[in-house]
Design a protein around this ligand. Structure first.
Ligand code: EPZ
Length: 430
């Protein structure tokens, strides 16, 4: 059983370099299918979800080859990929597989893919994805196992009015529409930086997308796309925010580099509100904390609001603050599974509906806890770093899904942390 062992109470000091963004890399890898050509993509994060995505398209017949020893630059050629051939068991492992539906539909005029996996936050429907495909003229049949789409005459541009702000549905609609006949407008689109990144990648390959990053995205269909000889994925704002929350919890001074500070604005402003000292450079942020921080209230929201993917990490931070903080989760139905694990460490948390009230305590105590999902796992690391004594985190494979080298990075910042049997997934080159 993989596990991470931490002896807490050490301040964090030093520099950490951030990888490419997992939630940009996943749609970019899958949307390369819609080009049908060779794409060279840089700053691929070496995390298991992205390695799984690359293995899926390789199983479908794409050429996939890392061109560097660190496995961060990949050459993909999807010219000979076979549609509707993604292995169901692999697809079921990651949420990002859902982008196969839009990519196959956009390239071949039909798609069939098993329903995706992903972290368990309660219901994670795909009705907005289906709505977008139908609005573009596809017949969509879905059940509790798979989604199948077909548009024998090809997709036609149209205006899609989303009923809910959805990152995945916005991206999937954009991917499907790039080769549709005519103009597509996405109203009520999500505005996350990784949506802009996917649009930039597709435009580099000959698409004609404007407005990404706003709530109205326009896609003028083109007949063909081409490949690209170098696209660089944006840095991972959630990975960066995780290290910022960690030093806020332990105290110390950490410079987080290779980032886009603008993407961190809401996280930086929250930490400042709590009493942390934040310094910004062009591509780095330094967080300095020399005292107990103040309690604050957070309400998660789509970008540019406070990201739901930073909710568990800040809840762990709140246990170290002066006073009672509130975490109000508005994006997902159920994202509090980590609370029971924090309670094992002495956290005092009261959940009422979708709001957790978290009282600052003198010190958490080390315990054996589970990483119940990806960001909950990161929260367990933050809690363990701040706690008194030894914390053992089990089920760490969920952490490996989205964080590259997290144990080594924290060790380099002065943490007493080690991984036992932490088998890193290596992409098996032929
Ligand atoms: C993406 O999930 C991310 N995953 C999630 O990150 C992230 O938490 C989420 O966006 C929000 O930012 C990937 O990019 C692989 P949504 P996604 O569609 O696209 C509801 C992580 O930790 N909804 O924006 O699935 C949905 O149930 C992961 O990296 C519908 O109702 O999120 C949720 O309540 C966790 N119908 C809300 O919208 C739909 O058709 C937002 O979901 C689609 C979504």
């Amino acid at each position: 059983m993989d596990r991470i062992v931490i002896n807490g109470g050490k301040r964090l000091n030093g520099t950490v370099s951030i990888s490419g963004m997992k939630n940009a890399a996943l749609p970019i890898v899958f949307s390369s299918i819609v080009t049908g050509a060779e794409c060279i993509i840089e700053n691929i994060p070496p995390v298991n979800d992205v390695l799984m995505a690359l293995e899926i398209i390789r199983e479908m017949g794409a050429e996939v080859e890392f061109t560097d020893i660190f496995q961060t630059t990949v050459r993909i050629n999807s010219a000979n990929i076979k549609p509707c051939s993604a292995p169901d068991d692999m697809v079921a492992k990651i949420r990002g597989s859902i982008y196969l539906a839009g990519a196959e539909l956009g390239r071949f005029g039909h798609s069939s893919v098993a329903l995706p996996g992903g972290c368990n936050f309660g219901k994670r429907p795909i009705d907005q994805h289906e709505k977008a495909f139908r609005t573009l003229g596809a017949d969509v049949v879905s059940d509790d196992k798979r989604i199948t789409c077909s548009a024998p005459e090809g997709l036609r541009g149209a205006t899609v009015y989303f009923d809910i702000v959805s990152v995945g549905a916005t991206i999937n609609a954009m991917i499907a529409a790039v080769r549709a006949e005519g103009v597509t407008v996405l109203e009520g689109a999500a505005r996350e930086p990784h949506i802009v990144d996917v649009a930039n990648f597709l435009n580099t390959c000959g698409a004609n997308i404007s407005g990404a990053g706003t709530d109205t995205i326009k896609i003028r269909g083109v007949r063909e796309l081409h490949g690209c000889d170098c696209y660089t994925i944006i840095p991972d704002m959630i990975e960066a925010g995780t290290y910022m929350a960690a030093v806020a919890a332990t105290g110390g001074c950490v410079r987080v580099e290779n980032i886009i500070p603008k993407h961190m604005d809401i996280i930086s402003s929250k930490l400042s509100e709590m009493g942390a000292f934040i310094e910004e450079d062009d591509d780095a942020i330094t967080v300095t904390v020399n005292k107990r921080l103040r309690a604050v209230n957070i309400k998660t929201a789509p970008y540019p609001g406070f990201p739901t993917d930073m909710h568990p990490q800040f809840s762990a931070l709140f246990t170290t603050c002066d006073g009672v903080s509130e975490m109000n989760e508005t994006v997902f139905e159920q994202r509090f599974r980590y609370v029971d694990e924090l309670r094992k460490m002495g956290a005092v948390i009261n959940i009422n509906g979708k709001t957790a009230r978290i009282a600052g305590v003198n010190r958490l105590s080390g315990a054996t806890v589970k990483a119940v999902d990806l960001r909950a796992g990161a929260a367990m690391i933050i809690a363990g770093l701040a706690a008194e004594g030894e914390t053992v985190i089990t089920d760490v494979e969920s952490i490996q899904r989205g964080y590259a080298n997290i144990v080594n990075n924290f060790r380099a910042l002065g943490a007493d942390i080690e991984d036992i049997g932490y088998a890193v997934h290596i992409f098996n080159e032929d």
